[in-house]
Structure formats: structure tokens, C-alpha cells
Design a binder for this molecule. Sequence first.
Ligand SMILES: Cc1ncc(C[n+]2csc(CCOP(=O)(O)OP(=O)(O)O)c2C)c(N)n1
Length: 359
Amino acid sequence: MRKMLAAVSRVLSGVAQKPASRVLVASRNFANDATFEIKKCDLHRLEEGPPVTTVLTREDGLKYYRMMQTVRRMELKADQLYKQKIIRGFCHLCDGQEACCVGLEAGINPTDHLITAYRAHGFTFTRGLSVREILAELTGRRGGCAKGKGGSMHMYAKNFYGGNGIVGAQGQIFEAYNMAALWKLPCIFICENNRYGMGTSVERAAASTDYYKRGDFIPGLRVDGMDILCVREATRFAAAYCRSGKGPILMELQTYRYHGHSMSDPGVSYRTREEIQEVRSKSDPIMLLKDRMVNSNLASVEELKEIDVEVRKEIEDAAQFATADPEPPLEELGYHIYSSDPPFEVRGANQWIKFKSIS
Ligand SMILES: Cc1ncc(C[n+]2csc(CCOP(=O)(O)OP(=O)(O)O)c2C)c(N)n1
């Protein structure tokens, strides 16, 4: 099939002058779908796991590619804006971990509820918000998704509850596991294991790094979190498990963050540049999907490049907006905190100003 495609485009290059018609004709020769082998998940307290093969349609593949590339480019733009001091304060980037948020969204329904911690930009995007709203939130502007008052860690969307600065604090997670199991809650607990907690490697911090078994009485899956198809299949499996009334399940997605923990961490004092380079060259989630799609004739290199160009443009436009949009006015400082409360003071602010709260 690949050979056939090459032959078709050779013929076309002789006759068709307009690139648009060339793309249109050539696209007819792409496969509609392809079957891929994916890595088997490690299982805890489960007899059977997610499938080890999956079908990817051309349409879904292109969608996932665009989404992952958008998240990657958005994070790189945020890095740049931060270094220019246009974004201030806390900022945690998720480049490298794109298969987690995009794969997760591909395996659940938009009506399902999602909550995450502070590395939230990717999830905010996959839950349906625009790059504009996210970057403008990071720059603290009025058009941001939390009206410029939340920033990197406090973003929300429909059925998405943030963006929270509080880490799933070690002790509390076990209490949550216990209650979820007792009450058979339809809840998927997810550990995005990017191998480091701030500057500490998992091996230095944990006597057992089998996080998928940490739920003890809760079944678990260890998933290749760099492969969007693995994440999608595991999520579908986990969601079906919950929906069937069996109670909670735990997923450990093995992934990697290219940036440091936050912008104040260069990310190279506790790991080597070679390690980061090795992950980038051998298991980058975007490259992995791209290779699969091109090698199985689901898309052409040129077509994916075109998507890259469109994504870059979208990011540039969003960054332009995020730097030109005005900041929220001072009198709005106290809005959206409590509903229908009397005016109140903000600690540390001018004591003569009384803020009112509206929602
Ligand atoms: C309850 C709570 N305790 C402590 C902190 C401070 N803190 C922020 S990030 C972090 C480490 C998080 O580790 P992990 O989620 O593995 O980190 P990452 O992969 O994002 O570096 C800690 C202790 C916090 N935000 N919340």
C-alpha cells in the first residue's frame, strides 16, 4: 500500500500543479484504519487486562496527533513567555506527558468528571478549552479561563475540577482508596509516574515503585504512558470496569517530563541530559504516533507537517492574544470567591478597600 501511494504521488507530481488538489487525490489512498500491537499492561488483582492489539482510525490518529502537538507547542510557548517574565509565579509544564492527557480523554466520555493536581495545562486543553484561554490564564489576563485570577495551577472547564496546588498527599490517598473501595465508587485513580517527585527519583523515595499495586485491595494496571494507544485502551478498560459496578481501579501511567518539576527547576541536577535525550529519541509520544501512522499508511509525512504548521500558527495567535489582552480590573479582585456575601477585606491588601463578591 505504501508503494502504491508513492507511485500515485509520483504520477500526480507530473500532472497536478496545485498542492491542494494533490493532497485531495492522494488522501483517497490512505488506509481508513490500521491494527497495532501495544504493550501488555502489568496487572494487579485482575485476571484479565486491556487488549494487546487495537485499531486506530485515520480520523482519530490525526486528531490525537494534532492534540498532542498542540499541548507540546503550548507548553514550549509557556516556557518562552515565562523566561520573558510575561508569565509569573508557579508554572508546571507537561511536555513529554502528552499521551497521558490525550489518551485519557480518548478513553472516557466528555460527561465523565476529571480532577488533577498542578500539572494541569494539558488536561485543561483536552477537556475542551482553547489555547488562547489557557495562555491568557497563564499571563493573568481577563480572557483567561479563570479570568486571569487562577494561573497555572487553577484552571477549570466543564466536568474538570482543576488544577489544584495540593498534592494527593501520601496519607490521604490511602484514606481515599479505602473509602472508594468500601463504597464501590466508580473512580479511576491515576498515577502519572514521570519517574521524579520534584528532584527525587522514584527509586530514592519509594521502597516499592509498583505504584499500580499501591491500592492494595484495589485492582491496578501499569501502562505504557508514552503510547497514546496503550493509554486509551487501558482507560477504556478501566472505565468499563468502573461502569460495570465493580468499584474503583488504579492506573499507573509510566511517562516522563521533559521540563523540570516547575520553572524554577532546570531539571538537570538530579538526572542527566543523556537520560532526557534518550527518552526524547526513543519513546517520545508524538514521534511514536507519527511513525505508526506513516508506516501503516494512515497519513503522510507532508500531511503531518501541515498540521504542525497550523498548530504553530494557532499557538502564535494565542500568545499574541495572551500578551495583548488587558489584566482584570482591581475591583474584580474579590469576585467569584463567595456568592452573595457582604463586602470583605483581603489580607495584605489596602485595608481601606472593601471587596465585594459576585458570581
Ligand atoms: C499537600 C501538599 N504537600 C506538599 C506540597 C508541596 N509540593 C509541591 S509539588 C510536590 C512534589 C510532588 O511530587 P510529584 O507529584 O511526584 O512531582 P512532579 O512529578 O510533578 O515533580 C510537593 C511535595 C503540596 N503542594 N501539597
